[in-house]
Design a protein around this ligand. Structure first.
Ligand code: NAI
Length: 274
């Protein structure tokens, strides 16, 4: 069955790969980005800035003008927490931009009967110690002004994982409620590791974080490719993932497993080496 999907951040990287994957499967995909053309020069369907409230309202209205029923939303638009990035922007795009887009499209997702949302979290949630918990807390309280204020008191690199943790936790907290799963809408997240995209190219060029990128541990010995994130996203969107609710799927070539061999938590175990 042809389904209608919405992908933000569709002009580049993981978002663009997700659009390609879903279109190759024969689905209708509405693209959303702040730039009017994608990386191939093709047009973006809805051009809006998810950093601001009016921009998010434009994005929701733009999609609603094109589709009465939406089977899935992938809010992939995001900004990295690099040297010189405004930490408040990281909060506004990564958390509030994603969450408000999804909330605004809830009626269209409910109309599908089996809608699905896949948020872009990040394995920096578990891989990067010391990130700012207060920012995540304020995101989860839905207080953008306070979250932006707290973010501005620290560095963007410490705010990026906060924004991503808040997304994964929001999906879990809200996803089990009647207004989401009660309407058949499954909220899940993916937590990619380092994936080769324009965002990580920006990281490689960063004077502080660039040199650290080379020491990033993976079990498979290489960075990920955007299509390796797109395929699991497409699975989570599909009816084949009908039992998955509130999950956060790590897709990182083994980085999280290297750093946290005993996970998910839930039971204290003793030494486990043979
Ligand atoms: P990218 O930089 O290649 O693409 C991001 C897209 O978001 C761009 O097309 C950009 O125009 C759009 N965008 C940014 N700000 C926007 C705004 N205010 N309004 C509307 N659109 C906006 O990034 P990439 O690497 O493809 O990342 C996609 C998502 O995956 C992001 O949320 C990122 O945080 C997440 N992610 C990426 C990882 C990586 O290693 N590349 C790892 C973990 C998560």
């Amino acid at each position: 069955m042809t389904r209608t999907y919405v992908v933000s951040g569709a002009a580049s990287g993981i978002g663009a790969a997700t659009v390609r994957h879903l279109r190759d499967e024969g689905h209708r995909v509405l693209t959303l980005d702040r730039t009017p053309t994608d990386h191939t020069g093709g047009p973006i369907d809805v051009v809006a800035d998810l950093a601001t409230r009016p921009g998010r309202a434009e994005a929701v209205a733009g999609v609603q003008a094109l589709a009465e029923v939406v089977h899935g939303v992938v809010p992939a638009a995001g900004v990295g927490g690099f040297t010189g990035t405004d930490p408040a922007l990281v909060v506004s795009v990564n958390f509030f931009g994603a969450m408000e887009l999804v909330r605004g499209l809830r009626p269209q997702l409910a109309a599908a009967g089996d809608g699905a949302v896949v948020f872009l979290a990040s394995n920096s949630i578990t891989g990067m110690p010391g990130w700012d918990a207060e920012v995540a807390t304020l995101c989860l309280r839905d207080d953008e002004q306070a979250a932006r204020g707290a973010a501005s008191a620290t560095e963007a690199v410490m705010v990026y994982p906060s924004s991503k943790a808040a997304l994964a936790w929001w999906a879990r907290r809200e996803g089990v409620k009647p207004e989401w799963i009660g309407s058949g809408i499954r909220l899940n997240s993916v937590a990619p590791g380092k994936v080769t995209t324009p965002m990580t190219a920006e990281m490689a060029a960063d004077p502080v974080f660039g040199p650290l990128g080379d020491s990033y541990p993976t079990a498979i010995g290489r960075d990920g490719r955007p299509e390796e994130i797109a395929a699991p996203i497409a699975f989570l969107l599909s009816p084949a993932a009908s039992l998955m609710v509130g999950a956060c799927l790590f897709i990182d070539g083994g980085t999280d497993a290297i750093l946290h061999p005993i996970s998910p938590a839930g039971w204290e175990v003793g030494p486990v080496e043979p």
